[in-house]
Design a binder for this molecule. Structure first.
Ligand SMILES: [Zn+2]
Length: 364
């Protein structure tokens, strides 16, 4: 067999399942046979043409699968082993990686046109379905496999670890970046899959009052399962006023933004205490305005942190440990299942948020 099915971006508004050659395995690569993958909100941005990728690129960045073939230089794994890799696959050899920012690992294309692995480029650690062929296919090539392949612990199903490559890693990073301490009050703005994981992460890190905000009561119901103490539907209340009341006018210790709009960012800043941390996860598509009063004219000792999903095998190992130890159950986020052959229909459902969808598991 030399060909495989792959979901490619064709033009804004159009993806297709096509036949592509199964990739050749270089010395540092691993070829993974995908057993389960999923669709991310970022893929919908790509589908709509809001995030540009090259036409013909295979999209998707959340791989769960089996090692089909290992590159000659990759040690310590066996073919047939079940593995995941992070949505972000840093080389761990760049200056950015060694400076503690592996997700910003780059740039892969230097001006001379040669491939480089040395500098910094925002988001360039994100390669699957962005810079190289992604995971919504029968096979995917994992680059720098030694750094990125994480064996799945025995006893965990594909769906139990499906959130680790991106959604859980990103959501938890949002909580980690929020500098949460025991006993903190944390507001989480937006309860899509990533926001729900941020809620779960805030709980695990020791927040004792978690206020989850969304406009969808179904999602707010799941927020409670993930650890929210209070849920607020912004369609029914003045969220900023409610949160200031709930905190006795003090504001929250940390606010996590998990959507990427002016409204959520601004509300997060408006409820933040002086000296508090705003942890932003959203992908923004317009310029942000910082409201002067909430920003205390720049004198409020506020910290604003942004993040791209951390990747690498150690991050994946830790996240799978959290799942294996039953500290959190993210299986509830998988609401729908589709065959790869029907992925266009899965996009249709997911992009339009029909039928209570949170995440769609895609299997060959
Ligand atoms: Zn994603």
């Amino acid at each position: 067999m030399t060909m495989m099915k792959a979901t490619v971006f064709v033009a804004p508004g159009r993806i297709e399942l096509v036949d592509k050659p199964i990739p050749e395995v270089g010395p540092n690569d691993a070829l993974i046979r995908i057993t389960t993958t999923t669709i991310c909100g970022t893929d919908v941005h790509i589908l709509k043409g809001e995030y540009p990728v090259v036409p013909g690129l295979t999209i998707g960045h959340e791989p769960v699968g089996v090692i089909e073939k290992l590159g000659s230089a990759v040690q310590g794994y066996v073919e047939g082993q079940r593995v995941i890799a992070g949505a972000i696959c840093p080389s761990f050899t760049s200056y950015a990686s060694q400076d503690g920012a592996p997700s910003q690992d780059g740039s892969y294309l230097i001006p001379s046109g040669q491939c480089g692995h040395h500098g910094y480029k925002a988001t360039a650690g994100w390669r699957f379905g962005n810079l190289i062929d992604g995971t919504q296919a029968e096979y995917v090539l994992v680059p720098d496999a030694q750094a990125n392949l994480a064996p799945i612990p025995d006893g965990l199903t594909d769906e139990q670890v499906l959130m680790c490559p991106d959604i859980m890693s990103t959501g938890f990073k949002g909580a980690e970046n929020a500098n949460i301490k025991l006993g903190d009050t944390v507001a989480v703005f937006a309860q899509g899959p990533i926001g729900l994981c941020a809620t779960a992460g805030a709980r695990l890190l020791g927040a004792t009052t978690i206020i989850a905000v969304d406009g969808n009561d179904h999602r707010l119901g799941i927020s409670k399962v993930m650890g929210a103490d209070v849920t607020l539907n912004f369609r029914n209340c003045d969220v900023v006023g409610e949160i200031m009341d709930l905190t006795g006018g003090r504001g929250v210790d940390s606010a996590i933004e998990a959507l990427g709009t002016q409204g959520t960012f601004e509300s997060a800043l408006r409820v933040l205490k002086p000296g508090g941390t705003l942890s932003s996860l959203g992908v923004y598509s317009t310029d942000l305005k910082i409201p002067l009063s909430a920003f205390a004219a720049g004198l409020g000792d506020h910290r604003i942190n942004t993040a791209l999903c951390p990747g690498g095998k150690e991050r994946m190992r830790r996240l799978m440990n959290v799942v294996a130890s039953n500290r959190v159950d993210l299986g509830v986020l998988v609401t729908h299942r589709y065959k790869l052959d029907d992925i266009v229909a899965a996009y249709e459902l997911f992009a339009n948020q029909r039928d209570g969808v949170l995440k769609v598991a895609i299997a060959p």
